[in-house]
Write a protein that binds this ligand. Structure first.
Ligand SMILES: Cc1cc2nc3c(=O)[nH]c(=O)nc-3n(C[C@H](O)[C@H](O)[C@H](O)COP(=O)(O)OP(=O)(O)OC[C@H]3O[C@@H](n4cnc5c(N)ncnc54)[C@H](O)[C@@H]3O)c2cc1C
Length: 381
């Protein structure tokens, strides 16, 4: 019997964040009907305060989707890595890797706007929170909150962002928050990013326009006090972390995000697949989260296009197999950095110094890390 209230599509994507939209664009021209469903009102992303570091490989993927807004991107030519209160530092430079930049910094809202501008209006339904999914061997049926309308689909893609508690999601709570803000440097940044490991947690300065975007990781119990400081005192706190290396003249609004690692396993089930933050939500320390999610979207599109629509199970299995290495490296690398660098134990401080020194003195080791940050899985031998 036909369901009068059902709208049918081949691929239903839950979540029109940057990863969901990138997948919809990657399937453009494939002959498959794609519908994006988002819980929030249109353009809700315009209020997101985050700035994201994008790998050079992500730029190439976004260019392929005609969603690269060059005017909104600030190139990172160098990354200076050091630790507070300990020896060892290293400098990564783009010139060493044959890439025009190590990466780029872009506001989440500019990234989302560039992707959204390419989405056909008929493909996107806003204020449509999916609150239940029923799977049968033939199809998936999605129930939308606040309406009797249902959506039936051959495949459901979960791109709804950070997952809530679920038995399939492993959580490691870092008991840290990221405080983010835009600060004006006293001298031009010359496209250099800074990653400074402090006893509280990692602190990053990312060049954004003429300013820096700050991602300051602190233990959760310190977050309210730092948010309540006036601008001068907050800048003094940043100066304290950096010594004389960088100075600042003013600071914009501050906001905070709780930090945890959330990993879903398995990432595929019958007629369902999880990508982006819904599959893995990472600590922002090494700027891997969106980059990994974008590669999820690109590889899922490839797996779907390599198989007939009726072969959904085989396409999902190929996708899950293909994503193992890249996901494992992205999650393992980020998690290790947080755990090794967010403390002030003397033996670990010394080991970190030796590690940074080794990176500085051994170009092959430095290149190994840098190439994986620029290219992700494509850099694996
Ligand atoms: C402070 C901070 C700094 C970061 N810095 C970086 C960085 O430098 N580089 C980097 O690569 N990554 C970074 N990240 C990670 C990056 O922000 C995420 O990986 C990325 O936003 C994930 O995109 P997404 O589309 O998967 O999810 P989201 O951006 O969370 O989008 C999910 C969408 O799903 C919708 N939705 C949710 N539930 C439902 C539902 N039930 N029904 C319908 N729609 C729903 C939401 O409204 C939203 O639009 C950072 C994260 C933080 C917190």
């Amino acid at each position: 019997m036909t369901d009068q209230h059902a709208l049918h599509t081949d691929v239903a994507i839950i979540g029109a964040g940057p990863v969901g939209m990138a997948l919809a664009l990657s399937l453009e021209g494939s002959g498959r009907r794609v519908l994006l469903l988002d819980a929030r009102p249109p353009k809700a992303w315009a209020n997101d305060p985050r700035a994201l570091a994008l790998a050079h490989g992500s730029r190439q993927l976004l260019e392929r989707l005609q969603a690269w807004d060059a005017g909104a991107a600030t190139a990172i030519d160098e990354i200076h890595v050091s630790q507070r209160g300990g020896f060892g530092r290293t400098l990564l430079t783009a010139a060493d890797y044959g890439a025009p930049a190590l990466g780029y910094v872009m506001r989440y809202k500019d990234l989302a706007a560039a992707l959204a501008a390419r989405i056909a209006p008929a493909q996107l339904r806003c204020e449509c929170a999916v609150d239940a999914i029923e799977i049968t061997p033939e199809q998936a049926t999605l129930t939308l909150a606040g309406t009797t309308q249902r959506v039936t689909a051959g495949l459901v893609v979960h791109a709804e962002g950070t997952p809530a508690s679920d038995p399939d999601v492993r959580v490691r709570d870092y008991r840290q928050h990221a405080i983010i803000a835009q600060v004006k440097p006293a001298a031009p940044h010359k496209h250099r990013a800074w990653e400074r490991f402090t006893p509280d947690g990692p602190l990053a300065l990312l060049p954004l326009g003429d300013d820096y975007s700050v991602v300051f990781t602190v233990p959760s119990e310190k977050v309210s006090a730092l948010l309540e400081l006036d601008d001068d005192d907050f800048l003094a706190t940043l100066r304290e972390q950096f010594g004389r290396r960088v100075d600042f003249v003013s600071c914009g609004a501050r906001s905070s995000f709780p930090l945890a690692l959330r990993v879903r396993s398995p990432i595929i089930q019958q007629r369902q697949v999880w990508i982006g933050n819904s599959a893995q939500t990472l600590h922002p320390v090494s700027g891997q989260g969106f980059n990994l999610g974008l590669r999820d979207a690109a590889e899922l599109a490839t797996a779907l296009l390599d198989h007939a629509a009726a072969d959904c199970g085989a396409a999902l299995a190929a996708y899950a197999r293909g994503r193992q290495t890249d996901r494992r490296f992205g999650m393992g690398f980020t998690d290790s950095i947080v755990r090794v660098f967010s403390n002030d134990l003397a033996p670990l401080r010394c080991a970190r110094g030796i590690g940074l020194l080794a990176l500085d003195l051994a170009p092959p080791l430095r290149h190994f890390v840098a190439k994986r940050m620029i290219w992700g899985a494509r850099a694996w031998p």
